[in-house]
Design a protein around this ligand. Structure first.
Ligand code: FES
Length: 126
């Protein structure tokens, strides 16, 4: 029997807020659950802080990996708003970037944590 394994992480989506590899999830396994794709994270007029950070840090070369990297980052920051570089590297270790923009991606995740904290602080001001 052939077994399908996720390989690169580029298809990562959020299922009820948890990062999951879309390529190995049967549609019947997510019926009735909330699915968020990159397109659902933010919009052109209101980018999600993670999307904004990846642009600011120029963390893309070809862009193949970015959807998965951004979705993994969004899930990470929802669980841990202030991750260390080691935690970021560990979290993204299953997401492949063939272009080698890992340094920029880690910087983007750190920047996304800052932007998320700023946005949260702004929202909590009276
Ligand atoms: S930017 Fe090309 S694979 Fe990551």
């Amino acid at each position: 029997m052939a077994v399908a394994w996720a390989e690169c992480g580029a298809c990562t989506v959020l299922v009820d807020g948890v990062a999951a590899r879309a390529c190995v999830i049967p549609a019947c396994g997510v019926a009735g659950r909330e699915i968020t794709t990159l397109e659902g994270l933010g919009s052109l007029s209101a980018l999600h802080p993670v999307q904004q950070a990846f642009i600011e840090e120029q963390a893309a070369q070809c862009g193949y990996c970015l959807s998965g990297m951004i979705m993994m980052t969004a899930a990470l920051l929802a669980r841990n708003p202030d991750p260390s570089e080691d935690e970021i590297r560990r979290e993204l270790s299953g997401n492949l970037c063939r272009c080698g923009t890992h340094l920029e991606i880690v910087r983007a995740v750190l920047r996304a944590a800052q932007l998320t904290a700023q946005e949260s602080s702004r929202r909590n001001k009276p």
